[in-house]
Design a protein around this ligand. Sequence first.
Ligand SMILES: Cc1ncc(COP(=O)(O)O)c(C=O)c1O
Length: 347
Amino acid sequence: MSEIKKLVRENILNLKPYSSARDEYSGQAGIFLDANENSLGSTINENVNRYPDPYQRKVKDKISAIKGIPSENIFLGNGSDEVIDLLIRAFCYPGKDEIIIMPPTYGMYSVSAEINNVGIKEVFLTSEYDMDVDKVLASVTDKTKLIFICSPNNPTGNCLKNEDIKRVINTFNGLVILDEAYIDFSEKKSFLKSLLTYPNLVIMQTFSKAWGLAGIRLGMAFADKFIIDIMNKIKPPYNVNELTQKKAIEALNNLELKNRMVDILLKERELLEKQLTKFDFVEKVYPTDSNFILVKTLNANKIYDYLVNKSIIVRNRSNISLCLNCLRITVGTKEENKLLIEALENY
Ligand SMILES: Cc1ncc(COP(=O)(O)O)c(C=O)c1O
């Protein structure tokens, strides 16, 4: 049995998945009387009376062409959040196994683990927000199935070091989930190019950030075909709806617009970083590879409340470890950033 196969929960390996109408017949033409849909049409001005393609083939083909990754190595979920949940469920026995996360980091890894009654080992980032690789590797036990690495990391904004990420992938016998939700905003290259050299690597990306499609809920996972097949086996049959698939294809045909928006946001980010640095109540503007900036202030709670009062909402991260008095500020439009800076000038 391959090393990865041994990591999968036995009940999942043995599972006979639900077979949907579109699994059993996926041809295009014909009279479809097999899925109890409404044959007359939809009650809205969209053709959505039919169930969508359960494997989102057209969307994956487009993603494949853009990313240079074969379609069979791509999984699509109802946001990356669904991918996180499916991986935990496929690989971790509830009440027995555990995952490793590196706080401060994205909150859903631990929430998903808790929902599934899976243990969480926290190995904090260093004070410079780098990975403590030795500690991560020393924390691995035979119960550790997944290690989540977020790079660029939320809420700190920075990329973790490539050599640290590689060391974990090369040393750990379980699965490494590399969350690249913000990679479009980074000068560092994605790990996608070397994906297929690592059978234990899952890379997550999302349409929610650079693509500007948080509302349609579409997350991507890239991995060895064996892992993709396991996720397909346990996902709800129609986890990505028809409208989302349509809109994703529209977006993927508009790659240039995504790139232009990223360029604008990066210019705005640079300006915002410079402006934030000059305030005497700002202790540190952390370097960022994302579309947000973490800022250490003298009194985050007071500044947060002051901004809310001016109808400007930032994220107060002050009460999470290593982020005392920190605010996380998403880069807005030129006008929004100007209003933020003007408000802070009057603080
Ligand atoms: C690091 C990271 N991963 C994943 C997500 C969630 O992505 P999605 O909208 O695709 O569920 C977020 C959302 O903020 C995030 O910050």
